[in-house]
Design a protein around this ligand. Sequence first.
Ligand code: AMP
Length: 438
Amino acid sequence: MPFDQLGLAPSLLEAVAAAGYSEPTPIQTKAIPAVLDGRDVLAAAQTGTGKTAAFTLPILHRLGDNQQKKPRVLVLAPTRELAAQVNESVRTYGKSSPVRSTVIFGGVGYQPQISTFKKGVDIVVATPGRLLDLLQQGHADLSCIETLVLDEGDRMLDMGFIHDIKRVLKYVPAKRQTLLFSATFSQDIRKLASNLLDNPLEIDVAPRNATADRIDQKVVLVEKPRKRAVLSHLIKEHNWHRVLVFARTKHGANRLCKQLDSDGLPSAALHGNKSQNARTKALDGFKDGKIQVLVATDIAARGIDIESLPHVVNFELPNVPEDYVHRIGRTGRAGESGEALSLVGPDERKLLKDIEKLIGKQIERMTVEGVDTRAGENDEPDERPARQPNNDRGHHGSRPPKRGGGGNNAPGRNQQRRRSRGGNQGGNRSGGGGGGQS
Ligand code: AMP
């Protein structure tokens, strides 16, 4: 079905055409008419399916040209990056509409966010924590919300936001339209849906845990101390200009980033200990091509949408098999092809098996010429063994004991945190903070 039969206003159809979309994605075909009708929606759709436009376009249509002082739409998202991205989409699709939107998240000053609410705003896209602060301090008023969107609901639950969400909901009218988007329909999501949604239309566009066919997945079996040399070799040998690398820990991401830099590959790290300015700067540098390798942890990388990202590398496999699907879903987006490579150490074979079980196929093993994949005497010792699978889902804070009684010279956690903070305060970029208003 073409876009112009979905019932959207001409100005929105123009914005869609300007974005270069020729036809709606399956989630858009199903969700747009339902949201226009005012129905509640429960949708299983991963990032990359076009879900943001699926709720943003009909919401903008429903708001029309009316501006009111108090916000009428609230979108809750799990991470700052996702919130910023949704707000960008609102601005892109709503560029010829007078509707004002803002993004609210922590890690930046309160004042611009407070004055945005004072001036009046129509659409608020927020992470739950900062929004709750503003509500409790009396700076935000959500009493006129007509539509509530929970984006990446499963991740919000994984990240422990359920209590903040419940508290935020006390400020939102009970009579409203609610849209819940989640990568999967877990039992917890179903429970949340049954509490929040009224006779929702259920949409399930992405078969659960299926990996996109367009993504070429490969595994390189490599001993842990050789991973970094193999990664540098592959990037240089194949001239990969933009690579997203997943590391398991913040410390590991920082360390790998420094090593790749010293191998002559411009790199940046993206994780939760980085200041918001540093995170924005890293992501912008990566999108602009100044940064060749972005080394990220799962939390920071969730939801980020980078156009034309041909390569994703798992430097370490995730502990939760479902996260593998999310990680590799960063590539092969919007119809492009992509390559996902996993460097798998001897202690990660069980994790690999679990992933293969989840995706229902064996991932092709690949050999790498021109670099040794087996560890030698001169290699650096491993920092930490892979955690065994089936640990608590989303419990990213617990850490296994370090091997070898701390025989390497890696800085302690607090030291590292101080350093990374100190090293990342300089990247102040205009417009990088939250609270900006369109
Ligand atoms: P999302 O799932 O919302 O993260 O969107 C993933 C990507 O798909 C974004 O880069 C969008 O710009 C793009 N996109 C959204 N709708 C369409 C469409 N109908 N046709 C092509 N690309 C789209």
